[in-house]
Write a new protein. Structure first.
Length: 287
């Protein structure tokens, strides 16, 4: 699999999540957004309003599916029917990559409908990597696995989060969807240096970035996606771009959703960090 994921940035740039409160504005006003990210499972049915909406969006915009239901970290085998529906969606959107989370959420076919953190062990990494590889081979596009936010850790863990992520993606030969907000949230909740994380992970495998807002509570930070991106997260975003170059960047805003324009203007703040990187690059940039 090619690791030149930086090529995706030229075609996709900065986008936002496609959310219900903005549907009418997008269809009527046709704002100049580079691309939209959709929740895969919301558009994997057979026809109906979601498919009609997606067809209309695809007339004017690029779309990338982002899943919440593959549960690569669960011990259950992959759901083949889920994969078939996802592949059909990918063929419809013609996206060059797809993403889901480095998490588990099912036991013996029962789903908790949540993204639960992994125990950071070699056995868990090998099982997870094998499932990602199987899914990637079936879907025939690169998969980016996302680092999730977490609020508890396993006593059984033998690795750091960044060691575990690296073991998984190197073994699976897949990409990373680096959620910069989740990285910052976890660094604060679990007391590690986010730069140590960036020092270790293979940045060449980063396919895409997520940025989002969080809420600071008395004892921990909660990944809420209900407000603007914090200054600390923007600084971390700038640092990872400085180290590895730009990638398609997606702003998530999923609760207390303001107007389309407010969300889009928040996303466009990423452009300052991308421009700063590109201004320091030799003509032609990095390969």
């Amino acid at each position: 699999m090619s690791l030149k994921f930086s090529k995706f940035f030229e075609a996709y740039g900065i986008g936002i999540g496609l959310r219900i409160p903005h549907y009418q504005h997008i269809l009527e006003k046709k704002p100049g957004v580079s691309w939209f990210e959709i929740i895969s499972e919301n558009f994997m049915g057979n026809g109906g309003k979601p498919e009609i909406l997606l067809d209309k969006i695809l007339e004017s915009y690029k779309v990338v599916p982002h899943g919440v239901g593959l549960y690569f970290g669960s011990v259950d085998p992959l759901d083949r029917e889920h994969l078939k529906r996802l592949k059909k969606l990918i063929q419809k959107t013609k996206t060059p990559w797809v993403s889901d989370h480095l998490a588990w959420g099912s036991v013996d076919g029962t789903y908790v409908h949540d993204l639960l953190p992994m125990p950071y062990t070699l056995a868990a990494a090998k099982l997870t990597a094998q499932k990602i590889k199987e899914a990637q081979d079936f879907l025939e596009v690169p998969i980016g696995v996302e680092n999730i936010s977490s609020y508890a850790q396993y006593r059984s863990s033998k690795m750091t989060e960044w060691e575990f992520l690296t073991e998984v993606v190197e073994t699976a030969d897949c990409g990373i969807l680096l959620d910069v907000n989740n990285l910052y949230v976890n660094s604060q909740n679990h007391g590690f240096d986010p730069l140590a994380y960036l020092d270790y992970i293979p940045l060449k495998r980063v396919i895409q970035f997520h940025i989002a807002g969080h809420s600071r509570l008395p004892k921990y930070i909660l990944d809420t996606h209900d407000q603007p991106v914090s200054l600390a997260v923007w600084r971390l975003y700038g640092e990872v771009i400085r180290r590895g170059g730009p990638r398609p960047t997606l702003l998530e805003w999923d609760d207390a959703i303001p107007s389309f324009e407010e969300v889009y203007q928040e996303a466009l703040k990423a452009k300052a960090f991308i421009d700063a990187y590109q201004s320091t690059e030799p003509r032609g940039g990095k390969s």
